[in-house]
Design a protein around this ligand. Structure first.
Ligand code: CA
Length: 280
């Protein structure tokens, strides 16, 4: 579960960063150094701007998001309302959808080699669909008690389970081939959620924190962070209390349009999907 320590360290990081915006490297500040190596650099801060706004279905409890060939593919969660959706970017309209049985809670989603992969939360089950027809081709099991985010690097499926690891899975065998721990200057980074592989790095949401972490998939190191907490006001949803599960509208959902170099973000039940430009 959440730990006070994690929020404390995050708050210190952000506070330190806010104190010195002229320097794009966050200070380590007064963080105790007896338990961590001072050799580990703090993640850089990523400045960003919002380029465009699009509608997003407020019924969509976004758990997975990817942009492929002009369309958004989205996995939504919650028991009884989980779906796989193909949506139109400009209108936000759902063009096609596949409802999951009410025993499944949809989680991460990615598209690789003409197939859509969708995880489920605690059911240890994943679904594979044909990208064009969205017909279910097969199911698969995985080893983790929970499944959260999912992306791919063009070869492997890469997922998280609420802990601090990236799991690399071979789509041919559905076996985990490699595990990489996600770390920052304070140690393991927990609750890494929706993922997107962009130009050699994994960009990731972190549950309840309205952040994007830029992770080196080879080392697991968080090399940069975009603090997007101010977007809540822009999209018209209430401020969150970190760790408060009664406030579900957290930022979750990153998609990349490689053809036009566009990054889209949204959140659970957010009324908007935003195109953002990351200065990194
Ligand atoms: Ca994604």
């Amino acid at each position: 579960m959440k730990t006070v320590l994690r929020f404390a360290t995050l708050a210190m990081l952000l506070l330190a960063a806010c104190k010195d915006k002229s320097n794009d490297t966050a200070e380590t500040g007064t963080e105790p150094t007896d338990s961590v190596s001072t050799e580990v650099a703090a993640p850089k801060l990523i400045a960003y701007s919002v380029v465009a706004e699009y509608p997003h279905d407020t019924k969509a409890f976004t758990e997975g998001l990817q942009f492929v060939d002009g369309y958004l593919y989205e996995s939504t969660g919650q028991y009884g309302s989980s779906e796989l959706r193909k949506t139109d970017l400009k209108t936000g309209k759902v063009l096609e959808q596949r409802k999951l049985d009410s025993r499944y809670f949809g989680e991460g989603l990615t598209v690789l080699n003409g197939k859509i992969y969708q995880l489920t939360y605690k059911e240890k089950m994943g679904f594979v669909y044909d990208l064009k027809t969205m017909k279910q081709l097969q199911t698969f099991n995985f080893i983790n008690a929970e499944a959260w985010g999912l992306t791919n690097d063009g070869t492997s499926l890469i997922y998280t389970d609420g802990g601090s690891k990236l799991y690399f899975m071979d789509p041919a065998t559905m076996q985990v081939t490699k595990q990489v721990e996600i770390t920052d200057q304070y140690g393991p980074v927990l609750e890494v959620n929706e993922l997107e592989f962009i130009n050699g790095y994994i960009y990731a949401n972190q549950w309840t924190r309205d952040l994007i972490l830029k992770i080196d998939p080879a080392t697991g190191k968080v090399v940069a962070i975009a603090d997007m907490r101010d977007l809540r006001q822009r999209v018209g949803i209430p401020a969150t209390i970190p760790g408060d599960e009664t406030s579900p509208e957290v930022m979750n959902g990153i998609a990349y349009d490689a053809a036009q170099n566009r990054i889209f973000i949204t959140g659970k039940n957010w009324p908007k999907l935003l195109e953002v430009k990351l200065d990194n």
